[in-house]
Design a protein around this ligand. Structure first.
Ligand code: SF4
Length: 316
């Protein structure tokens, strides 16, 4: 068990094992309840129960009616809960405001994030978004949102959790030091993480801040956050991690001897070739930077992520 986190993540109640589904069942997810639960404070919510559909209840689904997507009863098509599900999402803003992420149940006409079936006269298409989830994502376009099924993929999981931590740190920065220097410090701490996602875009984002004198701070912060979260959505590749590791290695070139350099090169090469997880070259770099500290590198989250982020590096 790790220290309790203040980072709040909203979640479809059924994923925590609450018996709120149409058939009084649940969809308890072992990874969420067994691992992520140690790092985050989950805030469960079932929109269908919240709008009074009851347990058990008739199933609902998305249908295309006159070019509009409606959420109606599977048997009783007069039961149209589209507006109720949209309204109930709007009504939850008072706690949604505090979230740094949201995990939703896939395929649900209420909670699904993408690829939810929309029925029409022919075969259903997979272009739907759950009504509650859509309002949530429209209200909070930068909030990291992910489905439980996609969390089984190590890269997608790592990507989502990184976004949660970074979004949380962004919110803290905005609350504690919303200034041009606060923004620049935030960027300095995340620069190498951003580089591991996309080097060109990370540099452009740095230039955006460097070339600003702090005028129009709100507009600048909006633009920065928009680009930040877009870059973070790009899956970090091995190639970009290797470039980032080599960049960090460059800070040590006058400090470490030939043997240490060769060892570091070998470990980075083994990571590149899939023989070692990312945590190994990072641990070795951290060891050298402990001996030869560099102020800029010490503050970087790439080298010293939160324990919750660190555990993920074992997988990639
Ligand atoms: S509405 Fe959402 S939380 Fe409720 S049972 Fe369906 S998927 Fe789970």
């Amino acid at each position: 068990m790790h220290a309790a986190s203040q980072i709040k993540i909203g979640i479809s109640s059924c994923l925590l094992g609450e018996p709120v589904r149409f058939d009084s069942g649940h969809k308890k997810n072992a990874y969420i309840t067994g691992v992520l639960n140690d790092y985050f404070e989950f805030v469960p919510f079932c929109p269908e129960v919240a709008i009074g559909l009851g347990i058990p209840r008739e199933t609902i689904r998305l249908v295309s009616i006159d070019n509009a997507v409606r959420c109606v009863g599977t048997k009783n098509t007069d039961l149209d809960v589209t507006k109720k599900l949209d309204d109930v999402a709007e009504e939850q803003r008072h706690w949604h405001d505090d979230l740094s992420g949201y995990i939703v149940k896939k395929d649900s006409p209420s909670c699904g994030m993408e690829r939810v079936k929309i029925y029409s006269k022919g075969a259903p298409n997979r272009k739907g978004i759950g009504i509650y989830a859509k309002r949530l994502m429209d209200n909070y376009p930068f909030l990291p949102v992910e489905e439980e099924g996609r969390l089984e993929n190590a890269q997608l999981r790592e990507n989502f959790i990184h976004r949660v931590y970074i979004y949380s740190r962004w919110k803290n920065m905005c609350a504690e030091d919303f200034s041009i220097s606060g923004l620049q410090q935030f960027h300095a701490k995340h620069k190498y993480i951003l580089m591991s996602h996309n080097q060109q875009q990370a540099r452009a984002l740095g230039a955006l801040l460097a070339n600003s004198n702090g005028d129009e701070l709100n507009a600048l912060a909006d633009q920065y956050l928009h680009s930040l979260m877009a870059i973070l959505k790009i899956i970090a590749t091995k190639k970009n991690h290797v470039n980032t590791l080599q960049h960090l290695q460059g800070y040590l070139k006058t400090n470490i001897d030939a043997d240490d350099k060769a060892e570091l090169n070998a470990v980075i090469a083994d990571y590149r070739n899939g023989l070692l997880p990312l945590i190994v070259p990072i641990t070795l770099l951290r060891h050298h930077f402990r001996k030869y500290p560099n102020e800029y590198i010490t503050q970087s989250y790439y080298m010293a992520p939160h324990p919750g982020e660190l555990m993920l590096l074992n997988d990639i």
